[in-house]
Design a protein around this ligand. Structure first.
Ligand code: NAD
Length: 494
């Protein structure tokens, strides 16, 4: 990646974007638009269509038509594979352009956006393109006078709603397996981060995906998202976002057609440092990265640091040192390590968390302030707070910003009790040289993923999903495909 190429892309003006329905850009039915504000400098960079319920109905009808006439759902797996591979190629060829577009509207540092958004989206389309012709039906072990066949059939029309953090990566985790299984899609991106997903929808048609199979309706969650989740003609909803919206989706389902809802929600993930960790310097470095990368706007961020009493002071000092040394700033600068907070309201909410935590008795060790205000952008100094108690707001609730809550513990039992003492269960980390303890903690922590002697890594081969109030679905891996199929039994009397 060259800084000059990034600068040239950033200098281009962005034309207003409409929805993408039936293979074409389209304005909202009432012509309304929303401004897209860049967190880099607080300036309006373009407009998107502000969708209406009738836009959603049109997109759903179009997706249904496409599904029923079989233009995609009834094509040979080998043909679907070709299209998904081609789409992956196109994304890779345009990876820098797509990454810059994404950074402009969501503020993720460009190095991360390139890898975790554009390149990861390409890899995801390839992974599910490769997987789709490895899904076999079954013959049931019935008595010999009967043949019981179990078919995998696509569910039909998939409604997808995604958040503003890593919209392309998370969107692809849903779009790719849904398309691989032969479904049609209506996707609603976050109103503040729609640009990359609109681009992918265009590229999908360029790659050979029939028009009408993958539609994007932009706009407000309370209008477009609600209409989509209430639609009687959407068969399943796949969602990533907050628990508040996840709850609403379940209500919408109950009020409409009882569609299945798969929810990937928030977290307050414990990262547990035992005094016998194999490499405390590495643990401190990765613990800092595990909360501060992308300004803490990562669902699996290790936002609760639990540190064994004997090493607490020196470990916290080391994490603070990393926090203070990060280069925070313009996310389109290749030297930047931590980019912008996504919006002014998120920044204000982060600062309020810090204020409340101080009132509750936590100690502010570093950060806690807005910085680079002169740019007009939304930046926050990585923040470390110690003496956070299990009953505190900062311990129990997701900040979704660069704020680390530190709590000390004495014994393994204490650590496990604290780890499980929230309503969330998305991710966790355990640092220890003791193999038996590592296994005990993996078994005892109630979360979808437990990292051992590392934090935050994974790839497409393993599922990502939560337990408790962190959700109920899984993105990534072959398991993610299950939700995009219905099982159909054929019971044949011989
Ligand atoms: P959010 O719930 O506010 O919004 C998510 C999406 O839902 C957006 O597209 C929004 O427009 C839409 N929406 C809002 N209100 C709606 C409604 N009434 N009906 C239908 N749709 C509606 O979440 P956010 O602030 O965009 O994202 C941050 C949250 O997402 C955090 O809690 C984070 O932990 C979570 N997240 C989870 C994962 C995961 O894999 N578990 C990954 C990334 C983010």
């Amino acid at each position: 990646m060259e800084q000059s190429a990034i600068n040239a892309l950033r200098a281009q003006s962005l034309s207003p974007r409409g929805h993408f329905i039936d293979g074409r850009g389209q304005a909202a039915s009432d012509g309304a638009t929303e401004s897209v504000i860049s967190p880099i400098d607080g300036k309006v960079i373009t407009q998107i269509a502000s969708g209406t319920p009738s836009d959603v109905d049109q997109a759903v009808a179009c997706a249904r038509r496409a599904f029923e006439d079989g233009r995609w759902s009834k094509t040979a797996p080998s043909a679907r594979k070709k299209v998904l591979f081609k789409l992956a190629d196109l994304i890779e060829q345009r990876a820098l352009e797509i990454s810059v577009l994404g950074v402009l509207d969501n503020g993720t540092e460009i190095n991360m956006a390139f890898k975790a958004e554009a390149m990861s989206a390409a890899a995801t389309f390839r992974f599910y393109g490769e997987a789709l012709d490895k899904v076999y039906g079954e013959i049931a072990p019935t008595s010999p006078d009967v043949l019981g066949l179990i078919h995998h059939t696509p569910v039909g029309v998939v409604g997808a709603i995604v958040p503003w953090n890593f919209p392309l990566m998370i969107g692809s985790w849903k779009i790719a397996p849904a398309l691989a299984a032969g479904n049609s899609i209506v996707l609603k991106p976050a109103e503040s981060a729609s640009l990359t997903l609109l681009k992918i929808a265009e590229l999908a048609v360029e790659a050979g995906l029939p028009e009408g199979v993958f539609n994007v309706v932009t706009g407000r969650g309370s209008v477009v998202g609600e209409a989509l989740a209430l639609s009687m003609d959407v068969d399943i909803m796949v969602f990533t976002g907050s628990g508040t919206t996840g709850r609403r989706l379940l209500e919408y389902s109950a009020r409409s057609n009882l569609k299945r809802c798969y929810l990937e929600l928030g977290g307050k993930s414990p990262n547990i440092i035992f005094a016998d960790a194999p490499d405390l310097a590495k643990a401190a470095r990765e613990s800092a990265a595990g909360i501060f990368r992308n300004s803490g706007q990562v669902c699996i961020a290790g936002s609760r640091l639990l540190v064994q009493e004997d090493i607490h002071e020196e470990f916290v000092a080391e994490v603070c040192r990393h926090a203070e040394n990060y280069r925070v700033g313009d996310p389109l600068n290749l030297d930047t390590q931590i980019g912008a907070v996504h919006s002014l309201s998120e920044l204000e909410a982060n600062l309020e968390f810090v204020e409340k935590a101080e009132v509750e008795g936590a100690q502010l060790r570093t950060g806690g302030v807005r910085i680079l205000g002169e740019t007009g952008g939304y930046y926050m100094q990585p923040t470390v707070m110690t003496d956070v108690k299990a009953e505190d707001n900062l311990f129990q609730n997701e900040v979704f910003g660069p704020v680390l809550a530190v709590t000390s513990f004495k014994t393994e039992e204490d650590a496990l009790r604290l780890a499980n003492a929230t309503d969330f269960g998305l991710s966790a980390g355990v640092w220890t040289s003791n193999l038996s303890r590592a296994h005990r903690m993996v078994a005892g922590i109630r979360s979808g993923i437990v990292h051992v002697n590392t934090y935050g890594g994974s790839d497409l081969t393993v599922p990502l999903g939560g337990v408790k109030q962190s959700g109920n679905g899984h993105d990534k891996s072959l398991h993610a495909m299950d939700k995009y199929f219905d099982l159909k039994t054929a019971w044949i009397k011989l």
